[in-house]
Design a protein around this ligand. Structure first.
Ligand code: GCU
Length: 684
């Protein structure tokens, strides 16, 4: 139904009577020993969830001698009566919490204890999730401590209502250059975010256009504050993307030179003004000197100069600057084989390591290029040791099927997080760097580009809700497996029917590989339509200025990034990875064409030649999509018609897309190599 689509994983469907009985004792009574806006949100959520799954609970503010769910922050004195030992929370993060089944005055009781009120809210969502998962509640002994301190989502929403790289309708915040003020929708969004542990949100596009530059003016700040007020109740801090050249655009100054006193003073005043409207404002996201955005380079200043100037203004209020490292030459000459876009982030930012103020956080995309289906991990991770930084993922499927094609990205993100940089010897994984522990960072964590819009189901393709959910769950606990996350999402979203659960879970888990099969081969990336980035266009970027080439000719294909005779990009890694990638013998097949230019008959570790691999995976990819459609159709009776049809429509678009990719790629490489498919399949 529409309702199920809208509520995503917070549907709280009526429970079967057998489970209901088991839960009933606890759920009749809720006891809240503390009070705050955030605990109020926890209360509303538990009441709503339990009412809808079982029956309305009674709500109290003092301990009662009967079975109940009791919620408190860990310093609450009354907890002593309950005999709960909360000392374990002493050393955990501020968002941590416990959920324990205890006996209180001979009554079975579930205690949800947050280190702070946010933990209480997260614990409430956790318990509701356990109930939706039909878990046994009788012996709970849960300690949750988030892997990452900053768990953020970045919106790329414009005030005209459009969303840059949005595939699920328009913005829920803006329309026609005005705020929409749809409080209910924004609140429901806050609930979804908080239920998966997101604690930071930026609400406008990193490309800050003319009107959006005014978001930090007194005309618009009250409306930003209205959103921040809602988010705050759910433990979420609000941020804005700002235009680096604001002093010129709206400040009546002739310059944006970060060392100019007037510029510095303007930002100090501006920041004060922002905090008058939003006392707990998070800070700024800045895309500077990137894809035609203004930045400190104009004034021959460094990015440290630029970022620190803003950081100084924010410092008195505890605000942060997220400074993006997506800085590269987007006006490259394709004839120039020396310049390598993949090198850019490291080349720009590694030399500045240690020069940023403590409240500057560099924001680094997971790969060196741009959210392709397959990329190596950015070598900046592990290279930056004295600068706070976060990892940036893209939940929006810009290059991975645009929420028409199914592509569950959690397995990709896990590969990134588990990658060993060797920065401090074996085991210096990305997840241990971005959680701040390896280099003792003051601020660290993960952020990502949002995939939601105002479509009824938020994400266009209902199955793309799994990426939104999975992102939050994974960055809260980076040790969760893709299987666990997929299984959990499917059960909460589509119910517990065995066939539904196993079919959709499998689809999700294979979907990334399937998408990769029919698109750009062996890590080379791109080959996509320029501009909108959907569908194949093998040479669409080949003679362009974006630095995204594959150099295919009649002899071979791929980008030579080796030290000896390539761009030297491989040297940006620590020695173990440099030699892994630099040598054609050891380079993993799935990244071969990212690092090497090879002849079409080059033999992969799989035993196949590159050209045969290309043919095989592209035929296979289409068959796999056809297979998913068959399997989806078998679920028709077990899924409500709205969601069934929503997904089926997208699968049909995916099939068309996959066929187009298959035929374009196979034909292109056949014509360039002149080598026949061993199985003589149809190539045009
Ligand atoms: C990609 C994307 C842009 C976006 C940019 C960024 O290039 O296509 O739309 O603005 O990334 O991350 O800044």
């Amino acid at each position: 139904t529409l309702e199920a689509a809208y509520h995503c994983w917070l549907q709280y469907n009526k429970l079967d009577s057998s489970i209901e009985e088991h839960y009933q004792t606890y759920c009749e009574t809720l006891v809240f020993l503390d009070h705050s806006q955030i605990i109020q949100a926890a209360k509303e959520e538990l009441v709503q969830g339990i009412t809808s799954m079982i029956h309305p609970p009674s709500v109290h503010a003092v301990p009662l001698e009967k079975p109940s769910i009791v919620l408190a922050t860990y310093e609450n004195n009354q907890l002593k009566d309950y005999g709960i030992n909360t000392t374990v929370l002493d050393h955990l993060q501020e968002d941590s919490y416990l959920i324990q089944t205890i006996t209180y005055k001979n009554h079975h009781t579930i205690a949800i204890i947050g280190k702070q009120d946010k933990g209480v809210l997260y614990g409430a969502f956790h318990l509701l999730r356990l109930m939706q998962m039909r878990e046994n509640l009788n012996e709970l002994a849960i300690i949750e401590n988030p892997s990452n301190q900053i768990r953020m989502i970045n919106h790329w929403d414009n005030m005209d209502g459009s969303i840059e790289r949005g595939y699920s309708g328009d913005s829920i915040f803006y329309k026609d250059y005005e705020f929409i003020h749809d409080i209910k929708r924004i609140k429901d969004y806050a609930r979804l975010l908080s239920s998966i542990g997101i604690n930071s949100l930026s609400i406008n596009n990193v490309n800050v256009h003319k009107v959006e530059t005014n978001l930090i003016t007194k005309e618009m700040l009250p409306s930003v504050a209205e959103i921040a007020d809602i988010m705050r109740c759910y433990g979420i801090t609000t941020y804005l993307s700002v235009n680096y050249a604001s002093t010129i655009e709206i400040g009546n100054l002739p310059t944006a030179d970060p060392l100019d006193k007037d510029v510095q003073q303007w930002w100090i005043e501006k920041t004060k003004e922002i905090y008058q409207h939003i006392p707990d404002f998070g800070g700024f996201i800045v895309k500077a000197d990137s894809e035609h955005r203004p930045g400190p380079f104009t004034y021959n200043r460094t990015h440290a100069d630029g970022a620190n100037m803003l950081a100084k203004a924010l410092e008195p209020f505890g605000g942060l600057v997220f400074w993006r490292c997506f800085v590269y030459n987007c006006l490259q000459d394709w004839r120039d084989r020396k310049t390598d876009r993949a090198r850019a982030a490291y080349d720009h930012f590694k030399p500045l390591d240690g020069e940023f103020m403590d409240n500057v956080i560099l924001q680094i995309k997971n790969g060196p290029m741009d959210f392709q289906v397959r990329e190596p991990v950015s070598p900046l991770f592990g290279a930056l040791q004295n600068t706070n930084h976060v990892l940036e993922f893209q939940v929006a499927q810009e290059y991975t099927g645009q929420q028409k094609d199914l592509c569950f990205l959690v397995p990709q993100w896990k590969e990134v997080l588990d990658f060993d940089t060797h920065a401090k010897g074996e085991g210096t994984t990305i997840k241990s760097i971005v959680d701040g522990s390896q280099f003792d960072l003051t601020y660290s964590g993960i952020t990502a580009v949002s995939n939601i819009g105002n479509d009824m189901n938020w994400t266009g393709n209902t199955l793309a809700q799994a990426n939104f959910f999975g992102y939050g769950r994974l960055i809260w606990n980076t040790d969760l497996t893709s299987e666990e996350i997929a299984n959990e999402w499917v059960r909460i979203t589509f119910g517990h029917d065995d066939e539904v659960v196993s079919t959709i879970t499998k689809m999700l888990l294979h979907s990334w590989e399937i998408y990769e099969n029919y698109t750009a081969p062996l890590g080379v990336g791109w080959m996509i339509n320029p501009g909108h980035h959907y569908g194949p266009n093998i040479e669409g970027y080949e003679y362009s200025l974006w630095g995204t080439y594959h150099f295919s000719d009649c002899f071979g294909t791929g980008v030579n990034r080796t030290i000896k005779d390539g761009t030297g990009y491989t040297s940006q890694y620590y020695p173990e990875n440099t030699s892994l990638y630099d040598s054609i013998e050891t380079c993993p097949d799935n990244l071969l064409l990212f690092f090497h230019h090879v002849p079409y008959r080059h033999q992969l570790k799989s035993g196949k030649t590159v050209i045969q691999h290309i043919y095989d995976t592209h035929f296979l990819g289409v068959e796999q999509v056809q297979d998913m459609i068959q399997k989806w159709k078998q679920l028709e009776q077990n899924i409500d018609s709205y969601r069934y049809k929503n997904v089926l429509d997208r699968f049909n678009m995916q099939l068309e897309n996959a066929i187009e990719w298959r035929d374009c790629i196979n034909t292109y490489f056949f014509r360039h190599s002149g080598i026949q498919d061993e199985h003589s399949r149809l190539i045009y």
